[in-house]
Write a protein that binds this ligand. Sequence first.
Ligand SMILES: [Zn+2]
Length: 236
Amino acid sequence: MLDSFRDLVLGSTCVGCARPGRLLCTTCADALDPHPAPAWPTPRPPGLTDPWAATAYDGTVRAMILGHKERRLLGLAGPLGELLATAADAALADLLPVADDRVPLLLVPVPSRPSTIRQRGHEPTTSLVRVAAARLTALGHPARWAPLLRTRPGLADQSGLGAGARAVNLAGAFRVHAPAVRRLAQGGHAFHALVCDDVLTTGATAAEAQRALRSVGLPPLAAVAVAATRRRTPVE
Ligand SMILES: [Zn+2]
């Protein structure tokens, strides 16, 4: 409400260049030029399977992700979701044998902590995953999404924690929502699961999410993200 009021009174500006008008002007949108690629962090967290990202976490993409997540610029979910789909599409082309190409995809968002969702008023990764599922389906990879993961009570905010503290905090970070998995199992269809997040940093969060899915018999094909940080080792 506050955001739409502010937009009404002040108008919007592009998150990339601050020009008045759309949240992402056509010049900045055209300049995005994603190069989806494997995004292995150094060091590799144990259990991480095939991380892919559409682009590097800097410049306009960084401004888009932060604007969407922290400032509730919800109109950015479209272009960010498209970038996520680009990463997934490239991962599939690399990882899947052609014969497997028609097995539906299941996109599983990395969840935020409930307190973070309350504070932000939305769950940004889920919004991107919805867009990406529609985009992938349009590209010929039938895709659905399911919020299978929940955060463990007591999970702390990762920012501000060093590498060691992050690893301790993340151990058992996610549990799988059993009713959602049961509903999937009732469908009786095979699918390829992809863990989805906005930013890939150390890879520890994605690895933990993949571990949780593996523990209920849903081994993920890959982890896909909109962007990956260039510096993967967290600053101590
Ligand atoms: Zn712009």
